[in-house]
Design a protein around this ligand. Structure first.
Ligand SMILES: C[S@@+](CC[C@H](N)C(=O)[O-])C[C@H]1O[C@@H](n2cnc3c(N)ncnc32)[C@H](O)[C@@H]1O
Length: 217
């Protein structure tokens, strides 16, 4: 069966409405701050399966938007007995995501925060199993410095990418190089509809040895 077939009818209905809205916004080239910019369905399904395969308990998302991807993460968390911590910088989006998760019957699986990703990373518990990054790597890397010591061996990091050539453009290329240089992290490029990054922690970081510095852009 497909991952989408095991979602509850409530979750499926909320997702269908959000995907319809996302499609309309893309059709009208609406990339305004309040727009969904939702993850591609194939990525949402991959995240769901990866969490189930890993039986991940502590799941973190950077970039909630209106909660479309969060619904997928939360459904997987419900099945593993885990919990999702998700952040978005825009309070109006966090509030909308709260409503959508409630309508999907998944509010108890998620803690939503409205903050910058770096401040959010400081508040996260240890033993993180799975991280989904859905805003630019340049904005995420300063948060990763706080995050990596909290990621367990075997934890996965999935970074939503961009079309072919995305990782050759600056500042993405510099950021990719920094992530590739991380000790204890094995990273691959994953071409799907876009070219994504998937990494796994193979050894825990000594405090202060992360080696990632903040980048602008
Ligand atoms: C591509 S959208 C996320 C889409 C969402 N994951 C989904 O699939 O529906 C990126 C989101 O990240 C948020 N964002 C961008 N930079 C941020 C930052 N530094 N800290 C927190 N949120 C940020 C934006 O407000 C936006 O809602």
């Amino acid at each position: 069966m497909r991952a989408s077939e095991i979602l509850s009818s409530e979750a499926s209905e909320v997702l269908a409405n959000l995907w319809e809205l996302d499609a309309q916004q893309r059709q009208h080239h609406d990339r305004g701050p309040d727009s969904l910019k939702a993850v591609h369905p194939s990525v949402a399904e991959l995240l769901h399966v990866l969490i189930l395969q890993k039986q991940a308990n502590t799941i973190v998302e950077f970039g909630t938007s209106h909660g479309l991807s969060t619904i997928w993460l939360a459904d997987a968390a419900r099945r593993t007995g885990g919990h999702v911590y998700s952040v978005d910088a825009m309070p109006s989006k966090t509030s909308s995501a709260k409503d959508n998760l409630r309508s999907a019957g998944l509010a108890d699986q998620v803690t939503l925060t409205s903050a910058d990703g770096v401040d959010f990373a400081k508040t996260l518990p240890d033993g993180i199993d799975f991280v989904f990054v859905d805003f630019g790597l340049p904005a995420f890397l300063p948060a990763f410095e706080r995050l990596k010591p909290k990621m367990a061996v075997g934890a996965a990091l999935f970074v939503d990418g961009g079309p072919e050539g995305h990782w050759q453009e600056q500042p993405n290329l510099d950021c990719l190089r920094q992530l590739e240089a991380e000790r204890g992290l094995v990273l691959i490029r994953l071409p799907m509809v876009k070219e994504h990054l998937l990494a796994v922690v193979v050894e825990t970081a000594e405090p202060g040895t992360c080696g990632v510095t903040a980048t602008s852009g």
